[in-house]
Design a protein around this ligand. Structure first.
Ligand SMILES: *Cc1c(COP(=O)(O)O)cnc(C)c1O
Length: 355
């Protein structure tokens, strides 16, 4: 149990008005959680303080070699005003998988969850209530040693910041176009693809730009060795419904193990929907599409929850999935998961956590 000190913000900001569109990740609440780490001393001084800039020496290691990790989850407002988190224990566990890979010290999982709850609790009035909106939660750890040598830092900061965010889909669930990237790669086995860390995003930007210029919203990454097997989408895992079966690439070290991905698989197993985690090549996918067996494609991730894919581009070919609209299975998954998150649907898996 952390003994969290609370310093209330004496100048709270005006909250965004209900009914007006909210951007993603641009507005921040009145408070943030901060905790220090020093080697030999461990994590100390957990505190909730007014949100604001932090001061770091220009030589702080995070600026130079990218020793940092982050997480992403959301708080949702229930129908009677309650605040809910979705599987925060999974984020805490994944945070430590990232920490281990990046030589960042272990952060006890119950402390991670307690920190998230403490700051969400104090800023609970910032959780927006319009349909599809939520309070995005960004926990992260940065290396703060003042040192230009390449080595793990001895000092770190753990912060949790909050951002009220609009519905991912402005006009309800909408299919997106995906660009299958055959030049750049995101991650390789043995690298850090399974960790949530800034470096994985820095190296994704060039491909993302290319896809955007062509009107595609995200990149679908192929494996870094043969550029043949499907890995995942920008910030989402990917699922296919082929001939009645739900298929997703198996976790191989270069794919980020999404919590939404795990929720989809758990749902399929419980409901008796045939599902498989295995290698899927682009060739198999195109073959299935040409034979009319590729029924649905969707991404899964905290931001969009379920993101139906209407169009795929590979080299010079463009494939329209089904009728280019939203598949019935994608829709039912979206309704189920968002229903559990907001308390509209029975929580049969014990995923919802009240703050
Ligand atoms: C965070 C993330 C996901 C999705 O994970 P969720 O836990 O479902 O939000 C997928 N891919 C990448 C690269 C990610 O960073």
């Amino acid at each position: 149990m952390l003994n969290i000190r609370i310093e209330r913000n004496p100048n709270p900001k005006a909250k965004p008005e209900a009914g007006k569109p909210l951007p993603f990740g641009q507005i921040f609440t009145d408070h943030m959680f901060v905790m220090n780490y020093t080697e030999g001393k461990g994590w100390y001084d957990p505190r909730v303080v007014p949100y604001g800039p932090i001061t770091l020496d220009p030589s702080a290691m995070v600026f130079h070699y990218g020793q940092e990790m982050f997480e992403g989850l959301k708080a949702y407002r229930g129908e009677n005003g309650e605040a809910y988190l979705f599987r925060p224990d999974m984020n805490a566990k994944r945070a430590n998988n990232s920490n281990r890979r990046l030589c960042i010290p272990y952060l006890p999982e119950e402390d991670f969850v307690q920190a998230v709850k403490a700051v969400v609790d104090i800023d609970r009035d910032w959780i927006p209530s319009d349909e599809g909106t939520s309070l995005y939660i960004r926990p992260f750890i940065i290396a703060t040693d003042e040192f230009l040598g390449v080595a793990p830092s001895h000092n770190y900061l753990f912060l949790v910041i909050l951002s009220p965010s609009g519905a991912y889909y402005k006009n309800g669930l909408e299919p997106v176009g995906i660009w299958i990237e055959d030049e750049y790669v995101r991650a390789v086995r043995g690298g850090m693809g399974f960790a949530k860390t800034g470096g994985n995003y820095a190296c994704s930007l060039a491909a993302q730009e290319k896809a955007h210029e062509d009107g595609y919203s995200q990149v679908l990454w192929l494996d870094g060795v043969e550029r043949k097997y499907i890995e995942e989408v920008g910030a989402m895992n990917i699922f296919f419904k082929i001939d009645g079966k739900v298929v997703t690439p198996m976790l191989n070290g270069s794919i980020l193990p999404g919590i939404t991905r795990d929720s989809v698989l758990t749902y399929c197993r419980k409901k008796g929907v045939p599902c498989e985690e295995r290698r899927i090549s682009v060739d198999e996918l195109i073959e299935a599409q040409k034979n009319g067996k590729l029924e649905e494609v969707f991404g899964s991730g905290t931001a969009a929850v379920i993101s139906p894919v209407g169009k795929l581009r590979y080299k010079d070919e463009v494939f329209t999935i089904g009728d280019g609209g939203i598949g019935p299975f994608s829709k039912s998954l979206y309704d189920f998961i968002t229903g559990v998150q907001t308390g509209k649907v029975a929580d049969e898996f014990g995923w919802r956590v009240k703050v």
